[in-house]
Design a protein around this ligand. Structure first.
Ligand code: IPM
Ligand code: MG
Length: 356
């Protein structure tokens, strides 16, 4: 197969981790007889430095023309002084919207070999952590109107949160379909005791649930969900929630696995084209030092193989290579516990490539 991948290396550790993921994709291409063509698409702070804007039109066009998009990480303190419309994050949000990526899937899974890194009490960790956060990605307060005005000599800021039924319905369907391939339980998270958007969310998800009678639906307020994720994460299978709540809960969910550097995510819309990235940030403090863990990005590439290119065997080969390397005790700094062997970003990439 011949596939074109738009590559956004991004900022901070982005270029290092993406480089290793591309190396793994090359190994897959060689072993399974595919051709992957990479198109560079500068985005984020590096694009501000070079072109003055976080998402140049050519980068957007490259992503829209590609079969899929691989992203490292964008942003960093260097660009904190940018006006809101020109921040690196704005490039990412615009890209998500332009590509119609309304569903963001972030698995929270504890790797058996990394259980020692789990920050939860041993008896909680022992029950296992394996759930998925399905986050709505192009609606809600992220995409409502943002205004700052001055009233009576005082600044006032307003961010509008809005949802329509169809925006809720389409992401809810993804969650129910995913639950069918898992343990058939959806927990819909909202703040329906306070917000109108949440009341509409709850009503709409409940209606969608009728199409999936074989899947159990539970509702939970977001504050309670934040607590339950650390108290008893084993109760969750698929969590579906709106954009801002999903942003927050998915960071929490990844952290309790003890391995935020290991977790990939996919963003999809209609069709097979998606954007794949690790869920961690650009970590400017360790950028360029060969210290970053490339596994999150490598597993994101595996997700791309599976969901965008329908290459289940190839995706499985990448995941098996990662498992093998962990089992052998190789560890980047973020997952270093006890008796592992420390390796840098490049070495970790090489070890995984060799095992494909
Ligand atoms: C994420 C990030 C982004 C978000 C930022 C960088 C805009 O935190 O992908 O979770 O809030 O969606
Ligand atoms: Mg986030």
């Amino acid at each position: 197969m011949n596939q074109t991948i738009a590559v956004i290396r991004g900022d901070g550790i982005g270029p290092e981790i993406v480089g290793e993921a591309l190396g793994v994709l090359d190994a897959v291409a060689a072993k399974f007889g595919h051709t992957f063509t990479y198109k560079e698409a500068p985005m984020g702070g590096c694009a501000i430095d070079r072109f003055g804007v976080p998402l140049p039109e050519e980068s957007l066009a490259a992503c829209l023309a590609a079969d899929s998009v691989l992203l490292g990480a964008v942003g960093g303190p260097k660009w904190d002084g940018q006006p809101p419309v020109n921040r690196p994050e704005r490039g990412l949000l615009r890209l998500r919207e332009a590509m119609g990526l309304y569903t963001n899937v972030r698995p929270a899974r504890m790797f058996a070999d990394l259980a020692a890194a789990c920050p939860l009490r041993a008896d909680i960790a022992a029950r296992g952590i394996d759930f998925v956060v399905v986050r709505e990605l192009i609606g809600g307060v992220y995409f409502g109107q943002h205004t700052t005005t001055e009233i009576d000599g005082e600044q006032k800021a307003v961010d509008i949160m809005s949802y329509t039924e169809h925006e809720i319905r389409r992401v809810a369907r993804v969650a129910f379909q995913m639950a069918r391939k898992r343990r058939r339980r959806v927990t819909s998270v909202d703040k329906a005791n306070v917000l109108d958007t949440s009341r509409l969310w709850r009503k709409t998800v409940t209606a969608v649930a009728e199409e999936y009678p074989d899947v159990e639906l539970l509702h939970m307020y977001v504050d309670n969900a934040a607590m339950q994720i650390v108290r008893d994460p084993g109760q969750f299978d698929v969590i579906v929630t709106e954009n801002l709540f999903g942003d927050i809960l998915s960071d929490e969910a990844s952290q309790i696995t003890g391995s935020i550097g290991m977790i990939p995510s996919s963003s999809m819309g209609e069709g097979t084209r998606g954007m794949y990235e690790p869920i961690h940030g650009s970590a400017p403090d360790i950028a360029g030092q060969d210290k970053a863990n490339p596994i999150g990005t490598i597993l994101a590439a595996a997700m791309m193989l599976r969901y965008s290119f329908d290459m289940e065997t190839e995706a499985g080969a990448v995941e098996a290579a990662v498992d093998a390397v962990l089992k052998e005790g190789w560890r980047c700094g973020d997952i270093m516990q006890g008796g592992g062997t420390p390796v840098g970003c490049r070495e970790m990439g090489r070890l995984i490539r060799e095992r494909i």
